[in-house]
Ligand binder design. Structure first.
Ligand code: ATP
Ligand code: MG
Length: 576
């Protein structure tokens, strides 16, 4: 440590909110260069390399082959798939001296599809899975929490190429299993959630979320069945339709000054002489939607009045279309839209597409806008008085909502996405016409999967899940060193003994961080706790009596062992 390029800090960095960020900076693992751009110092780089090693071993274990593509990429392939445009502001774009457009790769589907197209031309070559561990670039809107959400970050991305759907399913399965092994070895607590596919387009997709309150992803789960899903992927459990017979006719009532659900509920309760619930009202929200390359179109969305629209769910439901709220100009251009009193009738009469929450099944009766200021219609029955164009998952999901599998209630929690497995299908092989000679002499088009692991993010995630108030606490698999040997005794004999022990451990294949600095034991112990090597060995006062101390950074337990057996004891502890 007297030579190690390391300065630990006493104070938390001013810009840090989450524990992993504070600790990784304070313990000298990473340093900030710009928002979302970090340097790795020796200790951090060692942990990063450990995570990479685990990922690499498990990828090689499923027969994936490592290659490395550039991060600096030409525009053309991304133009072909339209992602040059679709990525929007998240893409780092740049120009060379001749004015040619380039980008820094945010993910490499295009390049892998082209790479396979360049080398392989026969069915005999398949299946094949390729991967890389490499820097990715995304101009994130909110780089956050140090290396947790960077603008430059390390990802392992792999891509499978199969000729059949069954082949793709089995490549997907192999990755999913490999990811389970990776995260188990890294000691990360996680859940697997079914996900929506985002900008990539395709079908089956799951995300691995590390459990953490510091996470930005909200997911829900059912404790009874183990069901877990991204909020975007939750399908509302729709009630059974209700027969129309005996349902009273719809009636329009004057409901002055009731543009909000609260005001409407109060007035409706007076009118009906009973407590009306927000869930009995149907609120209609207007947005405009634009399909890629299309025109803006109005869309009406009807959801129970006691719920808010969840923007992420709405966007996921409408993807790849863009959504925007209506502006005053849009209301002015469509006078049939009476703000605060919009009902299904005006929408349907004026040809506005109208989608409703799945709870709005046939036979449900609603209090909703009557398309005139200060008026609502009561007892408007779905399927009898209005027929929507379909359903949409746009309403918020709440704790206590029934799980889609009917097994119990949903509870929400927060997580950090650490991995993503995704059956892409032929989106990219279609875009680049990747065809190979099939068994029967006809061309076949491979189908792809893409699979990502946030390698640099995992360093922060492990720190986030494993730290305590004193510092970091690495699982042995990723620790920067196997043993942190602290010299806490000024005698030459003790120093020599410690150096000898370090040399013996080194010979036995254990990496040792030897604290040989001229500092007080207190400073050294504090640093050892902050740095978080799992086993701390102290050559201290006990040395003259023939003892060294073994401290377990995880359990906090310490014990004395005889110098004579110290090497064996330490090796046993390190090797578990
Ligand atoms: P997020 O929802 O967190 O933005 P994403 O869905 O954009 O992630 P993918 O495109 O699936 O991420 O990338 C694969 C993996 O790369 C993610 O599972 C995550 O672990 C990691 N990753 C993505 N963006 C970042 C980032 N800005 N910083 C660090 N790691 C990231
Ligand atoms: Mg993802």
């Amino acid at each position: 440590m007297s030579h190690l390029f390391l300065r630990t800090l006493r104070d938390d960095p001013a810009d840090a909110e989450v524990a992993s960020h504070k600790l990784l900076v304070r313990a000298g693992y990473v340093r900030r260069i710009a928002p979302g751009v970090y340097s790795w110092l020796p200790l951090g780089l060692k942990v990063l390399r450990q995570v990479e090693r685990v990922v690499r071993e498990e990828m090689n274990g499923i027969g994936a082959q490592e290659i490395s593509l550039p991060a600096l990429l030409p525009r053309d392939p991304y133009e072909t798939t339209n992602r040059w445009t679709e990525y929007g502001d998240s893409l780092f774009r740049l120009q060379d001296r001749k004015g040619g457009d380039y980008l820094l790769g945010p993910t490499h589907e295009e390049m892998f599809a082209l790479t396979v197209k360049g080398e392989y031309n026969s069915y005999k070559d398949f299946p094949v899975t390729l991967y890389q561990i490499q820097a990715k670039y995304r101009d994130e809107e909110r780089p956050r929490a140090g290396i947790l959400r960077g603008r430059e970050f390390i990802m392992k991305d792999s891509y499978s190429f199969d000729l059949t759907d069954e082949g793709l399913a089995s490549s997907y399965r192999a990755h999913r299993d490999a990811y389970e092994r990776i995260f188990a070895r890294l000691g990360v607590k996680y859940v697997i959630v079914s996900a929506t596919s985002g900008a990539m387009g395709g079908s089956a997709s799951e995300e691995f979320l590390a459990e953490s309150d510091a996470g930005e992803d909200t997911y829900v789960r059912c404790l009874e069945s183990g069901y877990a899903a991204n909020v975007e992927a939750v399908e509302t459990l729709a009630p059974e339709p209700i027969p129309f017979d005996g349902l009273p006719d719809a009636v329009v009532h004057d409901t002055p000054d009731t543009p909000t659900i609260e005001s409407l509920v109060a007035v409706a309760s007076e009118i009906l002489g009973r407590e009306v619930a927000g869930a009995e009202t149907l609120k209609n929200i207007l947005v405009k939607v634009r399909q890629p390359g299309g025109e803006w179109e109005l869309l009406g969305i009807g959801i129970p009045g006691d719920r808010e629209v969840d923007d992420k769910r709405l966007e996921a439901s409408l993807e790849p279309a863009e959504v925007e709220l209506l502006g005053d100009a849009d209301f002015a251009a469509n006078p049939f839209l009476v703000k605060g009193y919009i009902g299904p009738k005006a929408l349907l009469d004026n040809g506005v597409r109208y989608l409703v929450d799945p709870r709005v099944v046939d036979g449900t009766s609603w209090i909703t806008g009557a398309d005139e200021t200060g008026k609502h219609v009561f007892g408007l029955v779905a399927g009898r008085d209005f027929t929507p164009d379909g359903t949409i998952e746009a309403a918020e999901v709440r704790d206590g909502d029934p799980s889609p599998d009917g097994a119990g209630a949903l509870v929400s929690a927060r997580g950090i996405e650490i991995g993503h497995v995704f059956q892409l299908g032929r989106k990219y092989t279609d875009a680049f016409a990747v065809d190979v000679l099939g068994e029967n002499g006809k061309p076949v088009r491979p189908t792809m999967g893409s699979y990502g692991v946030g390698v640099s993010r995992l360093v922060a995630v492990i720190a986030e899940q494993q730290h305590d108030d004193k510092g970091l606490r690495w699982p042995a698999e990723v620790a920067p060193f196997g043993v942190h040997l602290v010299i806490a005794n000024k005698d030459d004999a003790a120093r020599e003994g410690a150096e000898g022990l370090a040399a013996d451990l080194d010979k036995a294949g254990v990496e040792v961080l030897l604290d040989d600095r001229k500092a007080s034991p207190g400073v050294k112990f504090k640093d050892s706790e902050l740095i978080g090597v799992p086993l701390v060995v102290v050559v201290g006062r006990g040395w003259s009596e023939g003892n060294v101390e073994l401290r377990d950074r995880f359990t906090g337990e310490s014990r004395e062992v005889a110098v004579a057996s110290a090497l064996d004891e330490i090796l046993a502890a390190v090797r578990g």
